[in-house]
Design a protein around this ligand. Sequence first.
Ligand code: NAI
Length: 330
Amino acid sequence: MIKILFYDTKEYDKKLFEEYNKEYNYDITYLETKLNKETAPLAKGYDAVCIFVNDIADKETLDILNECGVKLIVLRCAGFNNVDIQNLPENMKVVRVPGYSPYAVAEHAVALLLSLDRKIYKAYQRTKKYNFTLNGLLGFDIHGKTIGVIGTGKIGKVFINIMKGFGTEVLAYDIYRDEQYAKENEFRYVDLDELYEKSDIISLHCPLTKDNENMINKAAISKMKQGVVIINTSRGKLINSDDLIEELGKGKIGGLGLDVFDDEEDFFLNDMSNSYYRNTELSVLLTMPNVVITAHQAFFTQEALNQIGKISMQNIKEFFETGNCENFVN
Ligand code: NAI
């Protein structure tokens, strides 16, 4: 029987995979701990490990998994920046769920934007206290604004369509342009500088790669409009937090909506409210009045979870039955 070790699992993961495993009957063990070089030896005797966004599969960890006999790494997510693909042992494969619900993530990006713009997070706290004043809650119409979208893959495209529905002009940047889609959906591809200069709102929908780490840094922000709203539901390391905090402090950034953070591994998806362990940059960002942070929640809809469960199990079956898989990363 195929043995699979799940790392970084919460109650909802267990519930989901127990349901989808009914069809397959794999021998699954669920661990709460994350994958890293210290926890990799636990995989001894397992055929596959299943991991999530904040598990670390660097070279050292991959080598240990290889020694343990692991043949397959099953990412139950789309992004694979946490796996060192360049240093993958020869007989090890990585599968992922390339698109489980672009709607979940794109809609969450819109939720962050609307929350920031219309100060829903402030209004919620006020009305709870029976304070019904409007001072400080002034927003702006999204209609008529220019939206810059970086990355026009599955999620970026859904986000563009929603934004077009608001009556906005969309400028997009991608290393591979889908000109046909742009024509059909009435948006324009531009270079990054033009996108930075002209956008009122910028939303990131590209993967994290070696080339774009820290792409939103001091130099990039200096090209943006005064009061620009930045939304990041992609990966934290696309933004340089120090530069961001400096520019927020100067009032250059009008609003910041984050679902990801560059050092999120120790914090996001965990209850740290009773811990003294803090991240300085994250703590500073949380004190800012125009910043809304959610903890890697964008994927978290029932529809997306169902797809994650279904496709992950299909990936495992395909690999162990045929040695192949349409969702190989490598
Ligand atoms: P996708 O692969 O369909 O699209 C990514 C697009 O980004 C492609 O068109 C690609 O050409 C483009 N791209 C690649 N490198 C680029 C660069 N340096 N600059 C500009 N564009 C670049 O991926 P999808 O499904 O749209 O997901 C995008 C990202 O969203 C994922 O890589 C992941 O990091 C993030 N994500 C976040 C989730 C969350 O819960 N917060 C959940 C799922 C994905």
